[in-house]
Design a protein around this ligand. Sequence first.
Ligand code: PA5
Length: 479
Amino acid sequence: TGRCVPGVRRVDGGARVVKAIRLDYGNFMAPRLPGGVEPTELSTLLAPAFESALSVVSAWREQGRLGFLDLPYASDSVARVAELAGRYRESFDDIVVLGIGGSSLGAIALRDALLGPFWNQQSAGQHDHFPRLHVLDNPDPHTYRALMNQIDPARTLFNVVSKSGATAETMAQYLVVREHLDEAVGPDHAPSHFLFTTDAANGALRQIGEAEGLAMLPLPDNVGGRFSVLSPVGLLPAAACGADIGALLSGAAEMESRCHGDALDSNPAGTLAALLHHADTGQGRTIHVMMPYADRLRSTALWFQQLWAESLGKTTSHSGEDRPTGPTPLAALGATDQHSLLQLLMEGPADKVVLFIAVDDPGADVPIPQRHSEIDALSYLGGHSLGGLLASEHIATAEALRRAGRPNATIHLPAVDAHALGQLIMLLEIATVLAAPLYGVDPLDQPGVELGKQLTYGLMGREGVPAPEIAEVDPRWVL
Ligand code: PA5
């Protein structure tokens, strides 16, 4: 009929109907939310700010700074990922990603969302003989040893992921693993157990990989760690374990085109960025909680936490004065955190907003049987399902927050699948770069992380870095 059904978009000339994710921000708006954003404020305050943010972001894009926007269309790179993934799937039972921050959180989010709970604990038959997927990010020796005791090095691929090829944690993990592999399978076979995902031209990993002829996947120069989940950084491990990266990228492409518009009321990423920025700087709601109602999306909330924090938490210069700025993201999980954080969200300081993620179709649901009809505390549950309970808990929590005057919005996913996840990832990435000009910061750098890195290098004796003076422990302040 050509009519547009909310949440449903036609692509491929109408041959396929795919569902778009929806952003419901009604619980930010007055009078529905007591003290909420007035509809007129959207057009008089938020829309003009968004328009100037969009022009900054468009200029960044033209300057070639926002490579993540092009990732859904990088067909050569995707073909290479698919080819390698197919090969690795045949040869290995376990894949271990060595990487940290933006080089690990995306792979974890994709694994947990798309492969489902307990993937690594299932038998090979249960996951159709696709490999297990582990991520070693923190250089904690206990985790390292425990993982190494579980895997057979002869049947394991180590995907070393580092854009810079210099991050201490990842380089240390590589050195340890490489030594272990040389001993376990012999120095001649060890190289075939490594894949480096790193900068196309620079860095120590590139240097080692080229010298030793190791398999490598290049990262575009203009894609930084926390925006790299849809590059080979996230795609290779996901594809090797059987995730549908084609659907992931097509979802991302659809969201990318949905967010081109310069009208705030039809641009979901712009709306999200403008509302969250306004809540922070205009209403003192500095803490931004992301609370999915699906265990499979818990890691996505952690991925977003890094994206939002490292991109927006910066020092800006205001009238010649340095000023700290940026929201504080907090990853939570519904319904679990209803029994942990919700009391604070409801009645604690009015300095928080909540971004829920709800799932329309939970997939395989579990019916709740009718038993104990004589006991009120149980009888009402019978005949419902676990998915239905989770959905009701989201609705109830959003409503309770609204009644308490606490702003919240919900991103509705049709399902937790690759297509919806691709849309969600792109939505949040674009919202992040649009929020950056609103805060007056560059979303792509992280200068605050540098000092700690330099001090670590100095403490560990890196060539050319002086040993730092660390403020001495003062016994008066130690109990
Ligand atoms: O988002 C970022 O840029 C950072 O979190 C990096 O991903 C992290 O520091 C790891 O860097 P690299 O990929 O260079 O090892």
